[in-house]
Design a protein around this ligand. Structure first.
Ligand code: ATP
Length: 270
């Protein structure tokens, strides 16, 4: 079995406390995934069916993977991650088989969360299915849909997928009983950025002049990944000057450096 194609973590360790902002998204995931895994009988009694699959979409670096990991930790579930673009580049010809194996493993390790990153790589709408490569991708997608259709909403396997390109997804994927809950994961607002700065400086000795609220204010457009890079960069500057704490000047220089690389903002879609 090609276990290398998937990454399995019994307990990722991340929880919602490690994720800044995204309160609404956390609440939705709690109700759509965590609660049904922890208390299926409550849903059964009320006759409501939770979604089988949840699709997280939004720009890179804003916490989709973190959210999926936290959901697994908080529902005591095994976290199984596959990167769909690897089916296309690395595991050519094996896509459908790997999908089957992933679901088999998930059932064996249940309760479990299957996280499919970059799902657009196998689930983009196609105008023509001409080449053999395209047919192979199509087979991988068909296998995924068959697996999704084949299990119960109240079972103990849940699928979370992520994409930066919801605009190109095949609508078949979003049909009821498949990925029928869509959650937008936006770049952080000022309050979110402050929380992310706090999280990433938790273990960092800071000079007294370090004003995280100010940093949150001046980093409009930064993603969570950018903020993590800023904090790391500031730490490196302190290290280079031989100091044991990080100063506001270090942060100012780090913001300058990281924000210069920021591209244009992501347009929300569809
Ligand atoms: P991609 O589309 O690139 O996979 P993603 O949305 O899945 O992006 P993550 O992998 O979750 O993004 O985030 C990348 C890193 O940025 C995280 O490991 C974390 O260090 C940091 N980060 C992103 N968003 C947040 C957040 N909301 N709170 C704290 N850290 C964050």
């Amino acid at each position: 079995p090609t276990v290398r194609a998937m990454e399995v973590t019994e307990k990722p360790g991340v929880t919602f406390d490690d994720i800044g902002g995204l309160d609404e998204q956390k609440r939705e995931l709690y109700e759509a995934v965590i609660l049904p895994l922890l208390k299926p009988e409550a849903f059964r009694e009320l006759g409501i069916e939770p979604p089988k699959g949840v699709l997280l979409y939004g720009p890179p670096g804003c916490g989709k993977t973190l959210l999926a990991k936290a959901v697994a930790t908080m529902s005591n579930a095994t976290f199984i991650r596959v990167v769909a673009s690897e089916f296309v580049h690395k595991y050519v010809g094996e896509g459908a088989r790997i999908v089957r194996e992933v679901f088999k493993l998930a059932r064996r390790k249940a309760p479990s969360i299957i996280f499919i990153d970059e799902i657009d790589a196998i689930a983009a709408k196609r105008i023509d299915i001409g080449t053999s490569g395209e047919r192979e991708i199509q087979r991988t997608l068909m296998q995924l849909l068959a697996e999704l259709d084949g299990f119960e909403p109240l079972g103990n396997v849940k699928v979370i997928a992520a994409t930066n390109r919801i605009d190109i997804l095949d609508p078949a994927l979003l049909r009821p009983g498949r990925f029928d809950r869509l959650i937008y994961v936006p770049p952080p607002d000022e309050k979110g950025r402050l929380e992310i700065f706090k999280i990433h400086t938790r273990r960092m000795p800071l000079a007294e002049d370090v004003d995280l609220a100010y940093l949150a204010r001046v980093t409009e457009g930064a993603t969570g990944a950018d903020i993590r890079a800023i904090v790391m960069e500031a730490g490196l500057m302190a290290l280079r000057s031989g100091r044991r704490y990080v100063s506001m000047e270090d942060f100012a220089a780090a913001v300058e450096k990281v924000m210069k690389k920021r591209r244009r903002p992501y347009a929300e879609s569809p």
